[in-house]
Write a protein that binds this ligand. Structure first.
Ligand code: SF4
Length: 475
């Protein structure tokens, strides 16, 4: 979701005349989109931003900003932690980042021009700060904007309909085979370990027609696969849109996206057991573009721990949904999220989680060792476990899941799998990478320009546990 939000912000800068750079030393504005899910992520973002302050010594105009969940939850306090910080923008304000940065930069450039006097030509400034000198100024008096040398901007207020502003994509690279589409923001659940309801606000869905328009634009540019994003995606629209013919707004949306020509694959992440009803299970029987994979967070296999986590369902319900989904789609892959070492988790609770992993045989699991998240109820709970216990449980579950994953992938050697080619492999740019409908990564050789964005079959010849290798069968 953060990746998608960052793409939206980047797009507004490109439209405003800026260019994107991966080299922070040449950047005129450095923005860090932050995650608050774990304290560790916040510490990393703070450390990185602290280190980057050194660029201001040689390039005093550089604008530094935090966006996203940590910006939302910490607000003004961040300016005390990071003295060179200029901007803190919350999760409902991504569409305002460009205006804020552009105004601050312009203010600094104007100040510098005044200070230097007539000896400094406009040309010299443009050369020094690159495209920034060429963009159109944006002024928003209603925002109480800081335009000047060292004033800062903090905007973490709620904004009605902000969910509708995450809708544009970058199109300056090669064909984008697969794209994320944000369909909602926020979450009304209150899981005891999670900060998201505080940082992202209440559930707010985008209208179906707007999502479909975005998907059509993507399809028109050659995108073949979309992943619909929401914190609690299957509950999309429950507070805004009604059921039609007994179908939830989410299933109505899936049906509408399914109609878009050019889109061949549809995924979504992440669903919650609450609200995972028969209409969604049934959709997998009559919507063939729905991929045979769900990422379905289990969190714990113990009812006692689920209750402590404030996850309002029993494990039996989670397992029953997995069974119904496998019946609807026999080739379905299921991946999950699991927290081990939650406060009060006994050895017996942990064994129940292990049993569930073995029973469902997840294709993969993201296993997290519980770590305290400030400002969440779980951080204050009794029964916090020693790190050693958490680590042992983590390692044991990783080993069990690793064995299941390796066995499942090894079983695919000798089969032919449908793959959507996404482009060069991240680990070896000489080779290509794609995914099966079950979301398994396949590496193969081929012509990048011709094959990226195409769907074809690949003979699977090898597996190194988590990755498959094969030879494409091009017609
Ligand atoms: S459902 Fe997901 S996003 Fe919502 S509170 Fe629980 S873990 Fe957080």
């Amino acid at each position: 979701m953060n990746e998608r939000d960052s793409e939206q912000v980047a797009r507004t800068f490109v439209e405003g005349g800026y260019t994107l750079t991966r080299d922070e030393q040449e950047a005129d504005a450095i923005l860090v989109n932050t995650c608050s899910v774990r304290d560790q992520a916040e510490q990393k973002a703070l450390g990185k931003m602290g280190m980057m302050g050194k660029y201001r010594e040689t390039r005093p105009h550089v604008v530094y900003g935090f966006m996203g969940c940590m910006a939302q939850s910490r607000g003004e306090e961040l300016f005390e932690r990071i003295p060179h910080l200029d901007l803190v923008v919350g999760t409902q304000k991504y569409h305002r980042v460009f205006g804020y940065v552009d105004d601050i930069l312009r203010g600094r450039m104007e100040t510098r021009m005044d200070e230097v006097g007539p000896e400094m030509s406009g040309q010299a400034v443009e050369e020094e700060v690159g495209p920034v000198g060429l963009v159109r100024p944006v002024r928003r008096p209603d925002q109480g904007m800081a335009v000047g040398n060292r004033r800062h901007v903090c905007d973490t207020a709620e904004e009605k309909d902000s969910q509708n502003t995450i809708r544009d994509h970058l199109h300056d690279g090669p064909r984008q085979a697969s794209a994320f589409v944000s369909i909602m923001q926020g979450c009304n659940m209150r899981c005891a370990f999670c900060i998201v309801p505080d940082t992202r606000g209440k559930e707010r869905g985008r209208p179906i027609a707007e999502v479909v328009e975005e998907v059509k634009r993507l399809a028109g540019r050659g995108t073949r696969e979309v992943t619909l994003l929401g914190q609690i995606v299957n509950l999309y629209g429950r507070t805004e849109f009604g059921k039609v013919d007994g179908k939830s707004p989410f299933v109505q949306l899936l049906e509408a996206v399914h109609e878009v020509d050019g889109i061949e694959r549809i995924r979504f992440t992440s669903p919650h057991p609450i609200g995972y009803r028969d209409d969604l299970v049934a959709a997998f029987t009559y919507l063939p573009k729905l991929c045979s994979h769900i990422h379905f967070p289990m969190q714990s296999g113990s009812d006692r721990i689920l209750k402590a986590m404030r996850r309002p369902y029993k494990n039996e319900k989670f397992l029953a949904i997995c069974d119904r989904m496998k019946a609807a789609r026999p080739d379905l892959a299921i991946t999950t999220d699991i927290i081990v070492g939650f406060p009060g988790e006994s050895e017996e609770d942990f064994r129940e989680t292990v049993e569930c992993v073995k029973r469902v045989e997840f294709d993969n699991s993201f296993i997290f060792r519980y770590s305290k998240r400030k400002d969440t109820p779980a951080a204050e709970m009794d029964g916090q476990l020693p790190e050693r216990v958490k680590e042992e449980r983590n390692q044991e579950l990783l080993r069990i899941q690793g064995e299941i994953t390796m066995a499942k992938n090894a079983a695919l050697i000798g089969t032919r799998q449908e793959v959507l080619c996404e482009g060069p492999s991240k680990t070896n740019k000489e080779r290509l990478s794609g995914r099966t409908p079950q979301n398994k990564i396949v590496i193969f050789d081929g012509d990048r320009d011709r094959m990226t964005g195409e769907i074809f079959e690949v003979d699977i010849e090898d597996s190194t546990g988590f990755t498959l290798y094969g030879t494409p069968q091009l017609r």
